[in-house]
Design a protein around this ligand. Structure first.
Ligand code: FAD
Length: 324
């Protein structure tokens, strides 16, 4: 089923969940069991990441196909287009088609660490930006795939090294180009500054589309160190009032950090839903393959708690490869 149709057909707010392919067989088995349990959260869809340059091609395709079977939910596979042969893209799309995967998140990807962007282009000059992949899929497959694209509420980080400012307005024409090329939905980079997201949502609605779903990306806070690392890697700012909630004496106490993190995420979901007057109807969680925080956010958020109501959960978090 196509994500945009599911989104439009749903009255109540919902969530979507992102997973990455674990490295080991045991990790994969644990993750599949977890996905099956997490289907109780009634997600609209789940997504499976793709290693830039096709590094996880086989594992992503396998996980996406299995996920669809065990969870019985629509799956969206991420697919990058630069720094890999076109044959990898063709193969991935054909395998998705055969597995009944109907949704693709079309991305550019990043060059490998240490390589500059121009040298990593050489493998495949047909695809320079994500828009080239959107056009390619739409031309070749028509409406068979529902195609999503990425957006950056605080602006994409490209050019920062050369002193250019990170600014959402700078990317707007290129996001519009992706939507005009046929993108059916948009998922955003993670953010912690809700006001910046709300400004972006306004820009998106006014200048790009008030028709296709804009789905905010949220990452639960599982440890203070990882929270900072993820925000830094994603070029997401952390507002001062959020930083203040983690005084130094609790920063190494993961349980306290997680529980404050859950409060913060709950407030974010509820504020986005309220301030957008329900225009935002789906919240995308970067799960890091973990379950507990998401279930707690759903349970406590005024926006999402109708999903579970009295359902009490006692899940144990296991890391991505299956160790408690
Ligand atoms: P694009 O839309 O191509 O944009 C990249 C940059 O180029 C932007 O700065 C844009 O402003 C600029 N630009 C675009 N078009 C033009 C043009 N015509 N002329 C000049 N400049 C232009 N990466 C992975 O490797 N695997 C994943 O699974 C993955 N999943 C992701 C999921 C989400 C929701 C998000 C937000 C990101 C994900 N990424 C993933 C990261 C993504 O690949 C990087 O952020 C990458 O740097 C940009 O990808 P894009 O699709 O946004 O690129």
């Amino acid at each position: 089923m196509h994500i945009n149709e599911l989104y439009n057909g749903r009255k109540n707010p919902s969530l979507s969940l992102e997973f990455f392919p674990p490295k080991t067989e045991m990790g994969k088995r644990n993750l599949l069991e977890r996905m099956e349990r997490m289907s109780a959260l009634d997600p609209l869809f789940i997504t499976v990441t793709w290693g830039a340059g096709g590094t996880t091609a086989d594992k992503s395709l396998e996980l996406a196909s299995l996920a669809q079977k065990v969870s019985n939910l629509p799956v969206c596979m991420h697919l990058t287009c630069t720094n890999m042969d076109k044959s990898v893209i063709d193969d991935a799309l054909e395998k998705c088609q055969n597995a009944g995967i109907k949704n693709i998140l079309a991305l550019r990807g990043d060059p490998p660490i240490g390589e500059d962007w121009t040298s990593s282009q050489t493998k495949n000059s047909e695809f320079k930006y994500a828009v080239d992949l959107v056009r390619y899929i739409k031309n070749k497959y028509g409406s068979e795939f529902c195609v999503g694209v990425a957006a950056y509420p605080e602006g994409h980080c490209e050019g920062e090294a050369e002193g250019q400012e990170q600014n959402p307005s700078k990317d707007l024409p290129f996001l519009k180009e992706k939507v005009d090329a046929g993108a059916d939905f948009v998922i955003t980079q993670l953010f912690y500054d809700v006001d910046k997201f709300l400004d972006f949502e306004k820009l998106f609605t006014e200048k790009i589309s008030n028709q296709i779903p804009l789905i905010p990306g949220l990452m639960p806070i599982n440890s203070y160190l990882l929270f900072h690392r993820a925000a830094k890697l994603s070029h997401a700012s952390i507002p001062e009032d959020i930083l203040k909630r983690f005084p130094q004496d609790i920063q190494l106490d993961d349980n306290k950090v997680k529980s404050i993190g859950i409060e913060i995420l709950v407030e974010m979901v509820d504020k986005v839903f309220k301030e957008t007057n329900g225009r935002i109807k789906c919240f995308h969680f970067y799960t890091l393959n973990l379950e507990k925080a998401i279930a707690q956010i759903v349970t406590r958020s005024k926006t999402l708690n109708y999903i579970l109501e009295d359902d009490s959960r006692d899940d144990q978090d296991i890391d991505a490869d299956g160790d408690v």
